[in-house]
Design a protein around this ligand. Structure first.
Ligand SMILES: Nc1ncnc2c1ncn2[C@@H]1O[C@H](COP(=O)(O)OP(=O)(O)OP(=O)(O)O)[C@@H](O)[C@H]1O
Length: 930
């Protein structure tokens, strides 16, 4: 963009003048007794971009990834960005984050003027600071031997040791490096972490804890909403709160506030939005997603009632996709993206659900104290005796797929009641009763399949199916004969020319075949249900270009034993983390640089190296896994060796002993065990089972088999263990889904919610500092605080800004130039210069500034509306009176005329009329005409 010289110099001088006067005022007002170590925002001068009047010559946009091409060496977009200054959180937690340790600006030739204002980076608690803390009896955080932080005051120091009086009265001696400054009491429990003077770990943890203890479960960390799971009902939801947030009567951090912001942005900018919710299992993602949906449904509800349907889909998805795990009684075992579409009037007009990677293995195998999918228990507990009879359904405890984990119920959960609610939800999405019964039939068939057992027929471990009620019932429900089912589960047919050779399976192969069939039916049923829900939600949907997508996806997982599921989940989290980084660090800072504003660079950990480890072809984890899955003789050990052989040079990979390997994820190192990787990646369904499904009379099973046949050509030799080249592996399919998801998210304006689990016991009021800290670190919250404190979260082009707020100017701006209009608005509303920066193309505002302007705008618009209302009312009333007067005159004229005529007739026709009568008539006539 070219800025006209005269205009820019004029504006610059006024800005600079204003800045100068502010500086002078600050100097005069500066208290003489300031704490020496208070960190401040990086120096910022509100002025026009220095020197440059047009975009840099090498300005270009990288077409492939949309990343700006103007970069400096060691800048963003390089792999792991070299830290300019050590992060107070990542590098040395004992460092005091002080004014002196704020990041040192990266200077370019253009902003050399900034150099003199850069504070030197230091890390240690300086002598000056200690003296100040002692003198003022200021609180410090003192690390206890077990790592816990306690509040205290420094009494004295001697060398590297300090004597600290703790809040419980004890006086202890600690190394000075174990001390960190605490925030003043006035900052206790601030809503946004960026308001904290000291951003060290104990301060952040203490602030969140202090809020949590008062049921203030939501806090902000710059643009991110932090949600601590209360594990109890907190009275901050419902209609009253919804209308308070709608009317902006409340502005405390809340999911409602975030959903409101997304909705308003969507309506204002006509841009799609996304709310990305992440966190570990049990942290509250699904609940948070539901709360956001509730708010959007209230905002976008209309007469169609589709918003209710959208909310009710949660019952269906939870029944079929959630289960009790050791970490969460209602854990979502799949990822989901709910896209809610809005009309141009802002009313919900449709929705679409996408699901990712359902945990199929749960159908057939359960860990102790965990349950299978809720629907199985709900069906057994809640179905009527008629339905039970038609399905040959027994109690849940009679099915091996359910009773193997010794956990049939969940405290406080009534499965029968949930089943009735589910049936209502199925009605609402207009699923006919026949289809509902088909679904229940399939579920019961799966349960009976699990009860099918095998017996040896020879010494070589070959088996046959035990022909009992399990087989009979399963076959009946599937719509095939018992014989066909037994054949499919105990033999494998190989085509050799024109001949068919039948091989009897071993016990292991038969169990795998049975379980693969059960898993396939369940996963297909889940997919089909999602399709039905989508069909129902599509009603009235028109592409309006306005949507809000809510992503609720499994968080980063690290257990003692990590398998293929964790491998996929953590890979997905790496991708999401990159999206997060791109928006909150990379794109933001690139934007600042390219627009030529003064900017103190904040560095972050780029996870591209780890993503390359997963995705690179041909030598990445996923490619190598696929390659090995294609080898008939491959084993989990050969897979691990292959990884070690090809990937040892990647800094994020570590070969471990035997079948293990480690990956350094952004959230920490995870040790994976390749046991079961190949089988889970191949996810085979024997061709005999596919044939069986195709021949079943049950339409759903036929449909599932057809869909499978269409999408994948099944290998003839699955028992050899190879993966047909045309069959997509689970890993590759998941990668494809993720790419599609990321592409979709890239077209939206993201809003991030990080859910935090305060304890592992799912108990209210328990705040485990280490657990919280680990999660805050994992999701980059602390880094975001740093960048947000320094950054400008609101930015608008000069044109947008002047169009939106220009009319607020008290005097008409004659120049009509959007830049000068914008600057004039900022001046008129006394926005302090340190609260904004003027870039080549955009205006950058610090947190909170746009809100103030929006308030003024709203206020003025309401005033204008008031005036318009009064004026129009006045006009309408005047018009009404004029009309009324006219009508009255007309009426009196007409009536007077009539009366006069009647009077004439009467005089003529009646000689008996008295003088009094005449007077009466005359009086009446006068009254009417008056
Ligand atoms: N805002 C909230 N208010 C009250 N309780 C909550 C809230 N958020 C979460 N919970 C409680 O925490 C439990 C776990 O939450 P949720 O199922 O949303 O976790 P999640 O992060 O989605 O877990 P997973 O990844 O395992 O699906 C809920 O069942 C509920 O009891």
């Amino acid at each position: 963009m070219m800025i006209s010289a005269s205009m820019s110099s004029l504006t610059r001088s006024s800005l600079e003048e204003m800045l100068e006067s502010l500086r002078r005022r600050d100097e005069e007002e500066k208290p003489k007794d300031l704490p020496p170590a208070l960190p401040s925002r990086p120096p910022s001068r509100a002025r026009l971009p220095p020197g440059r009047r047009s975009l840099p010559n090498n300005f270009k946009v990288d077409g492939e990834n949309g990343v700006m091409g103007h970069r400096r060496k060691g800048s963003f977009g390089t792999k792991k960005v070299k830290l300019n200054v050590e992060s107070p959180y990542e590098v040395k937690s004992e460092e005091i984050v002080s004014e002196q340790s704020s990041p040192r600006p990266v200077f370019t030739s253009n902003d050399a003027s900034a150099e003199c204002e850069a504070p030197p980076p230091t890390g240690e608690l300086e002598d000056d600071n200690v003296v100040y803390f002692i003198k003022k009896k200021l609180h410090v955080w003192c690390r206890q031997p077990k790592g816990k932080w306690e509040l205290g005051t420094i009494q004295s120091t001697s060398g590297e040791e300090a004597s600290v009086s703790l809040s419980n009265g004890n006086v202890i001696k600690v190394a000075r490096s174990e001390l960190l400054p605490a925030n003043p009491d006035i900052l206790e429990g601030v809503e946004d972490l960026i308001q904290l003077s000291y951003l060290n770990e104990p301060s952040v943890l203490h602030n969140l804890q202090s809020r949590y203890s008062q049921d203030m479960i939501y806090s902000k960390s710059g643009p991110i909403l932090i949600a601590l799971n209360p594990f109890k009902d907190v009275q901050i939801y419902g209609d009253d709160y919804i209308s308070a947030y709608r009317q902006k009567l409340m502005d405390r951090p809340h999911v409602y506030a975030m959903a409101d912001a997304a909705y308003n942005e969507m309506m204002r900018d006509e841009a799609n939005q996304s709310i990305i919710i992440s966190g570990e299992s049990g942290s509250g993602k699904t609940e948070t997603a539901k709360i956001a949906m509730q708010y959007l449904a209230a905002l976008g509800g209309g007469c169609s009632g589709i918003e209710n349907e959208v909310l009710l889909t949660n019952f269906i998805l939870e029944a079929f996709g959630n289960a009790k795990t050791s970490r969460n009684d209602n854990s979502s075992r799949f990822g989901k993206l709910i896209e809610i579409h809005f009309s141009t009037m802002g009313k919900i007009c449709g929705a679409k659900i996408q699901t990712f990677l359902l945990e199929k293995s749960r159908v057939v195998q359960l860990a102790l104290d965990e349950r299978s999918y809720h629907i199985f228990y709900q069906l057994c507990a809640g179905s009527s005796s008629d339905l039970k009879e038609r399905l040959n359904l027994r109690a849940a405890s009679e099915y091996k797929y359910l009773n193997q984990s010794d956990c049939m119920t969940i405290d406080g959960v009534d499965d029968a009641k949930k089943f009735h609610r589910l049936m209502k939800a199925l009605d609402v999405i207009r699923m006919c009763k026949e289809d509902q019964e088909l679904v229940f039939k399939m579920l019961t068939a799966i349960l009976w399949l699990g009860n099918i057992s095998f017996q040896d027929t020879d010494n070589e471990n070959h088996i046959e199916v035990v022909n009992d009620e399990a087989v009979t019932n399963a076959a009946l429900l599937m719509g095939c004969s018992s014989h066909e089912l037994m054949e499919a589960l105990s033999t494998h047919k190989i085509q050799a020319g024109k001949d068919t050779i039948t091989k009897t399976l071993t016990l292991r192969q038969a169990i795998d075949a049975r379980d693969a069939l059960a898993k396939f039916i369940y996963a297909s049923l889940f997919g089909w249900l999602v399709e039905q829900v989508n069909k129902s939600l599509e009603v009235g949907k028109r592409r309006t270009g306005r949507s809000i997508s809510i992503l609720d996806i499994y968080g980063f997982e690290s257990f003692q034993k990590n398998s293929f599921e964790q491998f996929c989940i953590n890979y997905a989290n790496e991708r999401l983390q990159q999206h997060f980084n791109r928006h909150l660090f990379k794109l933001e800072q690139e934007d600042y640089e390219l627009d030529g504003i003064d900017w103190t660079k904040v560095d972050f950990e780029d996870n591209q190296v780890c993503l390359d480890l997963f995705e690179k072809k041909p030598l990445g984890l996923l490619s190598l896994l696929d390659e090995e899955s294609n080898f008939p003789r491959a084993s989990d050990l050969t897979l691990a060796n292959k990884f070690k052989q090809h990937l040892h040079a990647n800094p994020c990979f570590k070969g471990e002993r035997g079948r293990a390997f480690s990956v350094c994820h952004y959230a920490g190192e995870v040790l994976y065990d390749t046991s079961g990787f190949l089988e889970k990646n191949r996810d085979p369904l024997p061709s005999d089972s596919i044939q069986l499904l195709s021949s079943c009379s049950c339409e759903l099973l036929q449909l599932f088999a057809k869909t499978l046949n269409q999408s994948q050509k099944q290998s003839n030799s699955l028992y050899g263990g190879s993966l047909d080249s045309q069959k997509q592996s689970v890993g590759t399919k998941f990668k494809g889904q993720l790419f599609k998801l990321m592409h979709q998210l890239e077209t939206t304006t993201p809003h991030f919610i990080r859910c935090i689990k305060p304890n592992t016991k799912q108990q209210p009021g328990v705040y485990d500092e280490d657990l919280v800290l680990q999660q805050l670190k994992c999701c980059g919250v602390l880094e975001v605080v740093r960048i947000s404190r320094a950054g400008y979260p609101t930015r608008m082009t000069h044109q947008e800004f002047s169009r939106r707020y220009g009319f607020l100017l008290s005097e008409a701006n004659t120049s009509q130039d959007s830049l000068s209009i914008s600057v004039a608005v900022l001046q008129q509303f006394n926005i302090p210069p340190e609260m904004y920066q003027v870039g080549f193309t955009k205006l950058y505002l610090r947190t909170g500034q746009i809100g103030a302007l929006e308030d003024r705008r709203k206020h003025l618009l309401q005033g204008i509306l008031g005036i318009q209302k009064s004026f129009r009312g006045y006009q309408a009333r005047r018009h009404y009176h004029e009309l009324k007067n006219g009508v009255t005159i007309l009426q009196s004229f007409v009536r007077g005329e009539i009366a006069r005529r009647e009077y004439g007739v009467m005089v003529k026709s009646s000689m008996t009329i008295s003088t009094e009568n005449i007077k009466e008539i005359e009086a009446a006539t006068t009254l009417q005409s008056g």
